[in-house]
Design a protein around this ligand. Structure first.
Ligand SMILES: Nc1nc2c(c(=O)[nH]1)N[C@H]1C(S)=C(S)[C@@H](COP(=O)(O)O)O[C@H]1N2
Ligand SMILES: [Mo]
Length: 413
């Protein structure tokens, strides 16, 4: 890479193109790094405090990356003319431009996803992921095979001198081309192998799983007896959910079973109480169908939840007049969130136990999680173990780390 290109004035056409190309390459590298951090589970757990900062940098870099692209567009016709006879070049250029357009436009939709209907953000997230999973391996391959180092390696010294003197004939038997295409193929295979695990991981995230995992204690029968699904719950009244959860946790998944399970309501209430698994599943449940939205853009629709409406629980325990806030604790010992008492009394806020007629899976926050359908997912505490009524507000886990206090999915509520 020639750094001087960035500081020179009055560049020739080819040099200008090179400058955009290099600018693009640097931005793409930084976007890949920040994007990878945002996608990574380990980063969510390890560095939650800087997650929001990384998100802002990713968006800023994304906006910057529009510039080389915009500067290039008016020069595109002239560039294409110079590539008239290079079919391969033209098609890779086309691929790169399509990928960039997809990445930039879907990225913009994701930044402003509150202004779009949820299905648009689901689609934008899919496009953003997909163009990344295609684009990053391609760019890795491209930067490697175009590097000076690779070129030198692919062309033996003796031949390099020769090359200067006599132009090569492009024919099957040409040993240099043979060596080069062999090495390119090897590099290509290596790149595919390196990125395959990421691709598989992404597929797992977005594709509907036909067979639910049976590895967690929840499904292995760690919870007995199993709660009996209501007729509305199985078969699910909502017809079965559409879309995939992206399973998030900022801690290890807490190991829960029917022995150590406890569910407590205390604080400013008349009758504080703690339930064990047996008594908990005796509580009266109801069924609702609702959608789930994450602030990062994915949505799951038509979920049939069965559980305890929170307003009903609050009435049972008797809320003291001083109580103005309701705090939710996760059994992971770290994650908490708080609602105002008015929000907590909304009819669709639920302490959920069954999803589409089955006990909620461990990764999904089971056996008991909160759901607040009107707000972003970070209000929906997983592995819910305690509800406390308070007279003062407390900042939730992600809110303390930069997520907005206003978590309403619909703007203006
Ligand atoms: N205990 C706990 N609850 C949590 C989280 C978490 O990391 N830990 N993540 C929140 C966020 S940001 C979202 S979007 C949803 C994700 O739910 P899921 O992992 O079942 O998809 O859970 C919320 N509740
Ligand atoms: Mo989220």
């Amino acid at each position: 890479m020639d750094w001087r290109l960035f500081f020179k004035r009055h560049l020739k056409f080819g040099q200008k193109l090179k400058r955009y190309h290099h600018g693009n390459a640097i931005l793409f590298l930084l976007l890949t790094i920040t994007g990878f951090l945002l996608f990574s589970e380990a980063f969510r757990t390890g560095f939650p405090t800087i997650r929001v900062m990384v998100r802002i940098s990713h968006i800023g870099l994304g906006i910057l990356s529009c510039f080389p692209f915009l500067f290039y567009l008016p020069k595109m016709t002239r560039h294409l003319n110079t590539l008239k006879n290079k079919v391969f070049h033209r098609s890779t250029l086309f691929l790169v431009l399509v990928l960039l357009t997809l990445l930039i436009s879907s990225g913009l939709v994701l930044v402003f996803h509150r202004d779009f209907p949820p299905f648009v953000s689901t689609l934008a997230l899919f496009i953003h992921d997909f163009s990344t999973i295609v684009g990053v391996p391609y760019v890795t391959y491209h930067s490697f095979t175009r590097s000076r180092w690779f070129k030198r390696w692919a062309t033996p010294k003796r031949k390099r001198v020769e090359k200067l003197e006599t132009p090569h004939l492009i024919e099957e038997g040409n040993p240099i081309l043979k060596r080069r295409s062999f090495l390119k193929l090897t590099a290509g295979t290596a790149v595919v192998l390196i990125y395959a695990p990421f691709f598989m991981r992404w597929l797992q995230v977005v594709m509907p799983t036909s067979t639910p995992s049976t590895s967690s204690p929840v499904e292995k029968g760690g919870f007995k007896p199993l709660p009996h699904p209501a007729p509305d719950s199985l078969p699910p009244k909502g017809g079965g959910r559409s879309g995939q959860f992206r399973y998030y946790t900022v801690t290890e998944i807490p190991k829960l079973n029917d022995h150590n399970f406890r569910f407590t309501i205390n604080g400013l209430v008349d009758h504080p109480c703690t339930y064990d698994w047996n008594s908990f599943i005796q509580l009266k449940r109801s069924v609702q169908v609702s959608n789930f939205h994450c602030v990062t853009g994915w949505n799951v629709n038509q979920i049939t939840w069965e559980g305890l409406p929170l307003h009903q629980l609050l009435t049972q325990v008797g809320v003291k007049p001083q109580a103005k806030y309701v705090k939710f604790y996760s059994a992971d010992g770290v994650y908490t969130d708080t609602l105002t008492i008015e929000q907590a009394r909304m009819s669709d806020v639920m302490v959920a136990v069954l999803i589409d007629g089955k006990l909620i899976e461990e990764v999904n926050g089971g056996p008991v999680r909160l759901i607040v359908p009107g707000m972003y997912g970070y209000k929906s505490v997983k592995w819910l173990s305690r509800i406390e009524l308070l007279d003062h507000d407390q900042t939730g886990y992600w809110e303390a780390r930069g997520y907005p206090k206003n978590a309403w999915v619909q703007k203006g509520l």
